[in-house]
Design a binder for this molecule. Structure first.
Ligand SMILES: [Zn+2]
Length: 358
C-alpha cells in the first residue's frame, strides 16, 4: 500500500467528497448523500485558476474518434441546480452535420456525440489509487506521484483496470492507457454518455479547472481501434464471372490497402495482396481469366512457377482492409506472416508487383 497523504480515502471517499461539495450533478440530476463517511481532507482551500503545465506527459482522457479530437461539452464551474457548480469537465465529441448519432439518445445531445464503447484513457503515467463502482458509474482515481496531482474519471460503464482502493492493487498505468469504457451517469435522467474528468492538485477538494491545462495536451488515437480493425476482417463473395462487381469492390478504385482471398468452400486463405493506390485493379486482376492464357503472370515469379494467382470468382470470397498508401505493403507483409496464404511466395512477396502494369 502506498502512502499518499494528499489523497484522503479511496474512490468512494473521493466520490463522497465531491458529492458533498456538490461538484457533480450533470444534466440536471440532484446530488445524493455520500454513501460513506469521508475523512476530512487536510488539503488547502480550492486552488485559484491554474494554467499549468503539469510535469510529465499528458494526453486527453478521451482518444480521437474518426480523426475527430474530443472536446469539452460542459465546463468546470458551470452552474448546477441548487446553487452548486460542476467540479470537472465533461468530454464528448462536437457534433458534425454528418453524425448519425441522434440527439436525445445516450449517444448524442444537440451539440455533442459519444459513440458506444469509447475508451477513457489515463491522462498521464501513474498508479491507480482507486477503481470501483459508485452510484454514478465506475470511477477511477489515478495518483500521478511524485507530483501532487491526481486525476478523477467517472460515469464509466466498465473498468479496464483492476478494482482497488487505496492503491492496494499497485497497478501502474501509462499516459494514454485505456482505463474504462465511457458510459452515462446512472442518476442522470438524460443517460447521456460522457466522461466526467477532474484534476486535483491534492485531494478532491483541490480540483482545478482542467480546460486551460488540457489545451497543451496531446490527443492520441484510440489504442483499441487497431485491434477492432483486425477483428473486423469480413469475407464476402464477389459474384459470378460476367456480373458487375459489388459496390464495395467498385468502391476500392483509387484506394490503398490489402486484400485477402480465401476459398469459399474450404475457407483456406489462398492469397494476400496489396496496393498503394489501385486496390480495385490489383484485386480484380485475380479474377480476369484471360490473363492466364496470355501468360500475364509470367516473369513476375520464379521461372516455371505457376502461382495459380487467378481464381474463379464464384469459388472465393474476399476481405479488404484499407490503409494509407505508405502502409499497404507493410500491412501485406504482416498479413502474409499471420495468415500464411497458400499461393503467396513466402519470403519473396516484396518482389511481387504491387501495382498493375498498365
Ligand atoms: Zn461532469
Amino acid at each position: 500500500m502506498r502512502a499518499l497523504p494528499w489523497i484522503i480515502g479511496g474512490g468512494v471517499a473521493a466520490y463522497a467528497l465531491t458529492r458533498s461539495r456538490g461538484a457533480k450533478a450533470p444534466h440536471g440530476s440532484t446530488p445524493i448523500a455520500p454513501t460513506t463517511s469521508p475523512i476530512a481532507p487536510t488539503s488547502s482551500p480550492p486552488a485559484p485558476a491554474f494554467g499549468g503545465p503539469l510535469p510529465g506527459r499528458w494526453v486527453w482522457p478521451v482518444p480521437s474518434w474518426q480523426s475527430r479530437a474530443p472536446s469539452i461539452s460542459d465546463g468546470f464551474g458551470s452552474p448546477r441546480p441548487g446553487g452548486i457548480r460542476h467540479g470537472g469537465v465533461d468530454v464528448m465529441f462536437a457534433r458534425l452535420p454528418s453524425d448519425t448519432l441522434r440527439a436525445g439518445t445516450p449517444n448524442g445531445s444537440a451539440h455533442h456525440v459519444m459513440p458506444d464503447g469509447m475508451v477513457a484513457l489515463a491522462a498521464s503515467d501513474g498508479v491507480v489509487w482507486s477503481a470501483m463502482q459508485t452510484p454514478r458509474g465506475f470511477a477511477v482515481v489515478i495518483d500521478h506521484s511524485p507530483t501532487k496531482v491526481a486525476t478523477f474519471y467517472t460515469h464509466l460503464e466498465k473498468l479496464l483496470v483492476t478494482p482497488t482502493a487505496n492503491a492496494k492493487a499497485g497497478e501502474r498505468v501509462r499516459a494514454g492507457q485505456p482505463i474504462g469504457i465511457i458510459g452515462a451517469d446512472p442518476l442522470d435522467g438524460e443517460h447521456l454518455k460522457h466522461l466526467h474528468f477532474e484534476i486535483w492538485l491534492g485531494g478532491p477538494k483541490d480540483a482545478i479547472d482542467p480546460a486551460p491545462v488540457m489545451r497543451a495536451w496531446t490527443v492520441v488515437p484510440d489504442p483499441t481501434a487497431l485491434v477492432a480493425r483486425n477483428a473486423g476482417f469480413i469475407y464476402r463473395p464477389i459474384g459470378d464471372s460476367g456480373e458487375a462487381y459489388p459496390d464495395w469492390i467498385r468502391g476500392l478504385k483509387g484506394k490503398a490497402g490489402c486484400y485477402v482471398i480465401r476459398d469459399l468452400e474450404s475457407r483456406e486463405i489462398v492469397y494476400v495482396g496489396s496496393s498503394a493506390g489501385r486496390l480495385y485493379d490489383t484485386l480484380t486482376r485475380h479474377f480476369q481469366q484471360w490473363r492466364r492464357w496470355k501468360g500475364f503472370w509470367k516473369g513476375q515469379y520464379g521461372e516455371g512457377h505457376d502461382p495459380g494467382l487467378t481464381y474463379d470468382r464464384d469459388s472465393v470470397e474476399v476481405a479488404v482492409r484499407l490503409t494509407s498508401p505508405t502502409k499497404s505493403l507493410d500491412e501485406e507483409m504482416r498479413l502474409i506472416a499471420r495468415l500464411k496464404p497458400r499461393d503467396n511466395l513466402i519470403g519473396n512477396s516484396a518482389a511481387i508487383a504491387d501495382e498493375v502494369p498498365f
